[in-house]
Each structure stands twice: as C-alpha cells, then as structure tokens.
Design a binder for this molecule. Sequence first.
Ligand code: NAD
Length: 341
Amino acid sequence: MKKHPVVLIPGDGIGPEVTVAVQRVLAEAGAPIEWVPCRAGLAALEAGQDVLPQETLDAIERHRFALKGPCTTPVGEGFTSVNVQLRKRLTLYAAVRPVRNLAGVQTRFDGVDLVIIRENTEGLYSGVENQVTDDVVMSMKVATQTAVNRIAHWSFRFATRRRRRKITVFHKANIMKMTDGLFLRAARKVHQYEYPNIEYQEMIIDAGCMKLVQDPTQFDVLLLENLYGDVVSDLCAGLVGGLGVVPGANYGDRHAVFEAVHGSAPDIAGKGVANPLALLMSAVMMLNHMADELGDDGLLQCAERIKGGYNRALQDGEKTRDLGGTLGTEAFADAVISRLG
Ligand code: NAD
C-alpha cells in the first residue's frame, strides 16, 4: 500500500503526549501515512533552532499536509506565536473547527452541530504594535480586501459543498466600521451575487455570544474574523464537552495543517491525563481531506474506522478526566484501538 508523507509537529506541553497516542491509533487503524517529524515552538528553541525553523516550513511546503500539536506562546513578552506565524507564512487562511455533540458525552445542550470558520491571517493578529508615547501603546487591526474576499468565497463554497444551510457572520461593525465593515460587506456581496442558495445572517458578536449560550442549535456555520474566531471557538468547545473534543484544520489553497483547538495545557502537561481525542479527531479530518485531494479511498476507510472506534469508546463510558471519566491519555487510546472494528 502506498504511504503518504505527512509532517508531524508534536509541539509543547501536552503536545508530545497526545501526539504519541494519536500516532498509535493511526498505526493500529492501518493509516497509509509516513510521518515526517519536524520541530516548532519551545522544542525547536531547546534544540538550538528558530522557534519556527525554515526546514519545518519547507517540509510542509513539500509534503502539503501536517498534523500539529499545540505550541506554547509566552504571555505579554517574548517571541511571536508560532501558530500565528505558521498560518501566515503558509497562507493557511481558513481555520475550520467543527463543534458537535458526541454520543456518551453529556452536556447542557443536545443537537449542537456547528462549524466555525475563522479568518486566520489578519485582524488584530497582525502583530503590529507600537509604543506611541510613554503612556500609550497601540495594536493595529488589519483587514484587506484580498483576505476578506478570500475567506468569504471559501466559506460559502465550503457551506455549499458540505450541504450546510446557513452562514452567520459575527462582527462588531457598529464600532469598527472600517475593518469589520469590510469583512461584512465582502460576505454580504458573495452571498448576494454568488451563493443565494445559502441562508445568510449577520449578528453583532456580543448578542451572538448570548444567543450561542442560550441555544447553540439555532446556528449552523459561523464566519468570524481572526480574534473573534479564536474566542468563540473555545466558547463553543465548552458547549459540547470542552477543549478535549474539538478538532481543527487550517486550510490554504495548497497546504493544510491539522491541529486541535486547545493549547499546550501546561497545568496538566507531563501527567499523562490529557485527552488525545481532539487531536485524534483532527487527524480524522486530515485523513478525509487527504482522501479528497489524493483520491485514495484507503485514507477514507481508515478515517471511518477511527471515528467508529472513538464513538464506541465514548458510548461505552471510556473517557478521560476532562469528560468525567478516569482514563489517562494512553488508556483512552487503548480503548479506541480495541474498538476499531
Ligand atoms: P489551553 O487550551 O492549553 O488550556 C485551557 C484549559 O483546558 C486548561 O485547564 C487545560 O488543562 C485544559 N485542556 C486543554 N486541552 C486539554 C486536553 N486535551 N485534555 C484535557 N484538558 C485540556 O489554553 P491556555 O492554558 O490558555 O494556553 C496554554 C498555552 O497554549 C499558551 O502558551 C497558548 O499560547 C498556547 N496555545 C496554543 C494553541 C495552538 O498551538 N494552536 C492554541 C491555544 C493556546
């Protein structure tokens, strides 16, 4: 069976633990994958490399697909986020985070089936900050016509292909009339002239957040600029069981990097208790995407086996602590492996 190369970045904190568990499940499921290990984040710094080594970028350029663990970013000082750099350098402009209830994971709401699409390259993540005077610092929010058009087109095309019914844009264009205004006008125009098949809705983000926590089932696809997408992703994770169950993908026109929504969780790193499911679900997204791109049904079948395995494990009550269970990272991986079918 032909094996496809995939760049693997274990990352920091709980990253290496959950990555090893995910690699084990994929191997047992017979995934036709050949891992190309690369470093980024603190692991790269400790090995005497740049925080985002050029050879890691080159490897993703060459192989097109990567699975990535979380990378730590110092708060209030130090280097620019590796995650943000990676998305910008490879123009991975669309972050996609499916948020769904999982059978066996009890939460406040049933029937949650949301997809968050986050613009991944600009907004307040421009990284342009200035000390203006001794008293004043500024952070620049950037919106370009190119990027807002690109994400609007991508989102409506995605919604159409995946047979989703509605896109809701969360914005603050009442205050940020130029930047959020540009974002909103692009989405409105693409809907009106190219995709009237998809229902379209705009909502000021504060009211949108209230409606999300009152009844998330009223939403289908959420389209947000960078910072709003970041914040709302974690909020939505909380609706379906937490950060341990929400996967993610960062898509560009040619490359895709798959990673969970969660970070490096320093509070539980090294304890063997992290939930590997979010990264495992990200790997399933990756296998499905690679199957589409490469036309290899073996990848698709493998994705189905893994999905069946983790669904059966959860239904049997096999859960990590964040979901109210008692299993550690490796024990949960074992529970999935023994149910691959
Ligand atoms: P976090 O997502 O790492 O953790 C938030 C909370 O969720 C913690 O209590 C943690 O224990 C828990 N949690 C997260 N993932 C879990 C899992 N798989 N299983 C069980 N519990 C889990 O967020 P944070 O603490 O705000 O950030 C820590 C670091 O991660 C920061 O340096 C931040 O910059 C970085 N970060 C990286 C990414 C990424 O690499 N894409 C994303 C978010 C945050």
